[in-house]
Design a protein around this ligand. Sequence first.
Ligand code: AMP
Length: 417
Amino acid sequence: MNISKPKGTKDIFFDEINVWQYVEENIIKVCKEFNIGEIRTPVFESTALFKRSVGDSTDIVNKEMYTFEDKGFRSITLRPELTAGVVRAYIENGMSSLPSPLKFWYRGNMYRYERMQKGRYREFSQFGVEIIGSDSNLADIESISVAYALFKRIGLSSHIVISLNSIGCTKCRNIFIQALKEYIKPNLNKMCDTCKVRFEKNPMRMIDCKEKGCKDILAKAPVITDYLCEDCRVDFQGVQNMLKALDIPFVLDNTIVRGLDYYNKTVYEITSKDLGLSVGGGGRYDGLVSILGGVQTPAVGFAIGMDRVVILLQQLGLDKQISKKVDLYFAIIDKDAEVISRKITSKLREMGYVVDIDIQRRSFKAQLKYADKIKARYVCIIGKNEIKNNTCIIKNMEDGKQLEVKLEIDEIINRLL
Ligand code: AMP
């Protein structure tokens, strides 16, 4: 019986894994530079965590969660996102008593039972940052800056667009929602079924409906930024001014509301024109810590879809420079060379060179063929004569030129440079 992987999951290996590692290495570097510490939380959590935080009226909670009962009859859910888990960990570990703000980054697999398409999987990976404890819009700036720095570092900053909006605080948003509902009410029967449900349960979500008919009706609907209270207006203007001053490009888009219930004030979506998809999104979520039982604590954060970042790098051909090269392959023709070549290999590996060596006692021809396949830059050949003379032959695999050098580490390194 052949067993295949579940729908919406992937096996990642060879060239593609190099691209993932490249992105991950840059995430670690950028986060270190921003003094952001990593946090790892469980892949599964109590279902109640997501119901309470992500919200009962969202697609994620209603349709997409991988929920099951464990052997102790607890309702468990594979995390569909990680903000809730980070905030739970913040509260549970008493972090509110620590010097604030706290800055965390995470990376991990998320699970959503979605309809499969390119860039949309049931198991996918996100990198995210959460900054907990600052109500200043400088924290919003810091979080957008990290996301932008990562895209810049991996060569994608000119291939993404940051679309910014403010959805205000509960006070101004409620006034806006009233106005929105009044505008929509006479047209509600012309809107899609999802919007009809959202009209009652989560009117903000109607704004980002992709149905043509709904979009037409919404084109003339009131916009949230016209309803912001003075505090939210000044806050949002401050974010824009600072981004401009820092040369972080953005566009304003008042249809950005974010899918989840817990956001307020500045929210943003990062999209890729090349993919025609969102690659990330984030915003402020001042209410979430208290919703989950902690003391009221302001917070901001974002999540970037790593699968889509990898696809984008591949689509733009930027992955070509990433593939890791083997510096040297040791081809052993004589059994007596096995120990010495392994000793030299170990030394070179300790020094950071990527070195591969025959582990099959294959013919010389087969070894050369293999070295070519793994794209080794050089091959070091040691046969009977070389052992006798205490030398080795270094073959440049690009131009085929060969040179005999002393069987000494410095001599070999000189050739690799
Ligand atoms: P969200 O948590 O829904 O705001 O998503 C943040 C980012 O995660 C999106 O911009 C996508 O890049 C990525 N993402 C969300 N859902 C999926 C999925 N099913 N498959 C792949 N990436 C996803």
